[in-house]
Design a protein around this ligand. Sequence first.
Ligand SMILES: [Zn+2]
Length: 441
Amino acid sequence: MAIEGEKIVAVAKEAHIPKAEKIVDAAGKFVIPGIIDVHVHMREPGFTEKEDYTTGTKAAAAGGITFVCPQPNLVPVPNTVENYMMQIELGEKKAVVDFNPIASPLLYEKGQVPELAKAGTGWFKIFQRKAAYPYDTAAGTSNTAHIYKAFKAVAPTGLYVAVHPCNIDILNETVSDLEKANLKGDYVAYWSKTYSNEELTSAALQLGYLAEKAGCKYYALHCYLSDYIDVIRRMKASGQNVVASAEALGLFPMTKEEAGEFYGPFQSFEKENQEATWRGLLDGTIDFLGTDHAPTTKESVMEALSIREPEKRGGGNPMLEVYLPLMLTAVNKGMLGDVNQGLERMVKLCAEKAARAFSSYPRKGVIQVGSDADITIVDLDREDTITTEKYARYTKAHWTPYVGRKVKGVPTHTIVRGSIVMEEGEILVNPGYGKFIKPVR
Ligand SMILES: [Zn+2]
């Protein structure tokens, strides 16, 4: 392949490739489209003690990711054009990979939705509860009528609305049962009871109906529970315009030994849910993946545990630097079919289909002439062991719940618009290299 400036200018056998100033030798490796992560929490603005655009996007680059979509549970929430532009400015000053921040549609009454669509949000996101992990921000509401109004406001823009589904009555009842058993403050008990099939699936059923009624495209996220995946499969079979994603935490259960004090057992780790999720990846019910990189410092984790408020710790983990090695290991294990077929499927799930759904294809998500030269080079044979030093090197969190996990397959180069951003773990560009990517509509 040949790259000139920011673009791919030729894809051909070596003899047909023009002479180049610089050659990257990928012999023995695989050259794939740059990985797109549709679900990251960059924590900026508002919570930069946990992560910011520079540390978060360096972690992305180290993990072979070329393009990220930061989620809106921030302060201020990107629910006005002004707030949205603030995020773009921060990213353009500080990011090392490309990005598209996701806006909140909840200020629909103020006419912000069409403006935010024009400003370039890839889609919209709502948390169906006030507490938007782990913060109380304006990015969330448990008022279903308001969500329905937001769907109606977004419908004419043609964009998807992603909803973190939560049946608040079921969640509250679960928490009250934990309280009665004197377990409400117990982190392990809390996260093994909440996030249940009933909590998410019953909400998704209702959301799917309301989105369709509003004529709005529905994006179902956190699809790593068996009943939830079945519901999405039925919506798709009925012809509804819905896309679905699973996030890395749900795909790769951690063990107590690996995670230590960061251990949190989720219902998605149960065998039935694991099998359903990987089946959903294979049969196309789940369209694409994100990391749900949710960095939080060790100090704040420890504080939440000591004051027995599991909510404050949140359920997420730093994932950007481990995600691709975990995926490549799954490919090597045959979890997505035989290795070649598996790698192809992985590219669809981790790059191409998200670019298509959110209108940045074929600029992103594919290796072809005219596309941005966003390339991830992976060594599918290299074996390694996950350590904090190497796999939580750039995130401000500096911890990973997978310490000691053996992986086979790692990214060796991350190329964004023709520049090598990461080579063998080292970041080679300055903050501000990353660009805001506006979808083409
Ligand atoms: Zn998230």
